[in-house]
Write a protein that binds this ligand. Structure first.
Ligand code: F6R
Length: 613
């Protein structure tokens, strides 16, 4: 959701580094942005609606005074539309204190009414401004800034990551977290904060992840952290190994395009060092799992949201098919509120790119309360999810900046496949010989991915996109392990092109969706394997008989021959086919969105990392 940066420096000027951080964080929210700076003349605030460029233009026209301390924000609106006034930072009544916030203050109406009665005037419609006034009021009552923040936060109900800047004789910066993530970077030029570690990488690799309830007081040389009880705590200093270039577009037009094209490398990075070809097995060293622990797993519950939920659906086919363990896949937002049951022997597995999705975290905590062992498949090493679960597996896709997930999804599916092999081996369902075959199949997948990402394929998909970019809508159909790929193809297209698209299990077509078939409704059909191939061919015939255009994607030549447009995907085992089939669907969405002039990396209304409900 929103992005936060801030710093207290011992030298130099803070503004340029903050803008650099905000640029990296803009993918978290991009409807308005702002900065507050504490210099010798007090507090200066610049903020405006629109993209970060609008703020930069504003700062060029009215330069900010020099300052070594500041906070900045990119917003994804929750309370009040994207206007200059609602943009963060917000000030308190004295005008000496500024605050940026990510999250939701649930009791803000009560607090606002109480403060208004006491004479506080509000300039915005946000819940966040209430926090600034509350802290300002507490500060007037006496004590230090950190004490005032602690007292004020006791009155707040909700979720927050906040940074509070006070322009006193010396500038002060305090931040706190309850829910959304916040980390502190220890750099040579001072101390930085960011809602995402990516914002800190230009300045330092030495990072402290704050935990829920933490309150941190920054100085130019470090940070003092107190936990929810007010006790001083040492949070572990961690070294981040992401590269600053990982978060840049390089020579690509969009982050999403770059991320699509990274996927052959993502496969290698996520999988190859874990494959044990000799024993026909997979090693998840960081998980700490023993064979004994995995052989005791009798049921798996996967919780996730959005694209990660689709990866969970693929995982179900793989784990049930290969390891023969029953799997349920749940939307985290449903699981957390429906009084679920967890039988003994349940392993709850969350799948998440960010490791910060509020619903997924809540579902995981509930599963732990119900007695399940917990694990996550996650892309961010220092994330809340990774720190909270008993075992984790990192997807190693590198930072994903494009709001529409691509490479993280492929990495999740790759891990799901390896998890199926590992579970099958631990439970004695897969023998060494079959294990070797499964592991070798994965190792051999890379050339297939590279072929799909070739210039020739890009040109082919551009030509198809050109012919279909103006249709009324899209129907994506797939069967078995490729049914979730149909759902994912539809989601990708919706997200970035705003076209209507639906994903269906191909076998369900006759039970309703067939009514939609006509000349302006394009069906994207993922071809089947083995006995399923024939069934999918019938679907294609039925669509064509009703005048509907068909784009077939897959390795079954007979299906491809029946379609109006054929996107041939290299042959693979059925279990690995989702990894290949999803690539042309991602490319199709990308090209259609580009041709329709959409803002691909920042689709309307979306934000990456949904840290509030
Ligand atoms: C879609 C997309 C979202 C996320 C979902 C979960 O392209 O990116 O649907 O998959 O918000 O996010 P994570 O994986 O961070 O938990």
């Amino acid at each position: 959701m929103c992005g936060i940066v801030g710093a207290l420096l011992n030298r130099g000027q803070v503004l340029a580094g903050m803008i650099e951080g905000l640029r990296v964080l803009e993918y978290r929210g991009y409807d308005s942005s702002g900065v507050a700076l504490a210099g010798s003349d007090g507090l200066a605030i610049a903020k405006c609606a629109g993209r970060l460029e609008a703020l930069e233009c504003h700062l060029e026209a009215s330069p900010a005074p020099p300052a070594r301390a500041g906070i900045g924000h990119t917003r994804w609106a929750t309370h009040g539309p994207a206007t200059d006034r609602n943009a963060h930072p917000h000030k308190d009544g004295t005008g000496r204190l500024a605050l940026v916030h990510n999250g939701i203050i649930e009791n803000y109406l009560e607090l606002r009414a109480e403060l208004a009665e006491q004479g506080h005037e509000f300039l915005s419609e946000t819940d966040s401004e209430v926090c600034a006034h509350l802290i300002g009021r507490e500060l007037e009552l006496g004590g230090t800034l950190v004490e005032a923040v602690a007292r004020a936060l006791k009155l707040v109900r909700g979720y927050y990551a906040i940074a509070v800047l006070y322009a006193g004789d010396e500038p002060e910066l305090v931040c706190a977290r309850q829910g959304p993530p916040l980390c502190v970077g220890l750099a040579r030029d001072g101390t930085w904060i960011g809602s995402d570690v990516l914002a800190l990488i230009p300045h330092t690799r030495d990072v402290i992840y704050l935990e829920d309830g933490d309150l941190a007081e920054l100085s130019t040389s470090g940070v003092v952290v107190r936990d929810a009880t007010g006790a001083l705590v040492e949070r572990e200093l961690q070294r981040v190994d992401w590269d600053v270039n990982d978060a840049s577009k390089g020579s690509y037009a969009h982050h999403m395009q770059k991320e699509i094209h990274e996927q052959a490398d993502v496969l290698a990075r996520t999988a190859f060092h874990r494959l044990d070809e000799e024993h026909g097995d997979v090693r998840f060293d960081e998980s700490g799992w023993s064979d004994a622990e995995l052989s005791g797993v009798s049921r798996i519950k996967i919780v996730a949201c959005g694209t990660a939920w689709h990866a969970g659906l693929v995982a179900r086919y793989m784990i049930e098919g290969l390891a023969r363990i029953p799997v349920e896949v749940e939307y985290a937002s449903e699981f957390r509120y429906r009084q679920p049951l967890c039988e003994p022997g349940t392993l709850a597995v969350a799948i998440s790119q960010s490791g910060e999705t509020a619903d997924t975290l809540a579902a995981l905590r509930l599963a732990a309360d119900l007695g399940a062992r917990t694990a996550c498949i996650c892309n961010v090493a220092g994330s809340t999810m990774v720190r909270e679960v008993q075992s984790h597996i990192l997807t190693q896709a590198g930072p994903e900046i494009g709001v529409a997930s691509t490479k993280a999804f492929v990495a999740q599916v790759v891990v799901a496949y390896m998890l199926a092999v590992r579970l099958g081996r631990a439970q004695g369902v897969i023998d060494a010989e079959q294990g070797r075959r499964l592991v070798r199949d994965l190792r051999l997948l890379r050339p297939g991915l590279e072929r799909l990402l070739s210039d020739e394929m890009v040109q082919k998909i551009q030509a198809i996109s050109q012919r279909h970019k103006g249709v009324k809508g899209f129907l994506f159909l797939g069967r078995g392990v490729n049914f979730p790929i149909a759902l994912e193809g539809a989601l990708k297209l919706k997200e970035i092109s705003y076209m209507h698209a639906e994903g269906y299990a191909a076998g369900e077509m006759k039970h309703g969706p067939i009514a939609m078939i006509e000349a302006w409704m394009t069906s994207v059909v993922i071809t089947g394997h083995g006995a399923m191939a024939e069934k999918v061919r019938s679907n294609i015939e039925q669509i064509r008989a009703r005048g509907g255009p068909v784009i077939a994607v897959g390795a079954d030549q007979a299906s491809l021959n029946l379609a109006d447009e054929a996107i041939e995907v290299p042959a693979s085992s059925v279990w690995l086919s989702p990894i290949l089939n999803v690539i042309p669907l991602q490319m199709l969405s990308y090209e259609i969105a580009r041709m329709r002039g959409c803002d691909i990396d920042k689709p309307r209304n979306l934000a990456k990392s949904v840290t509030v409900e």
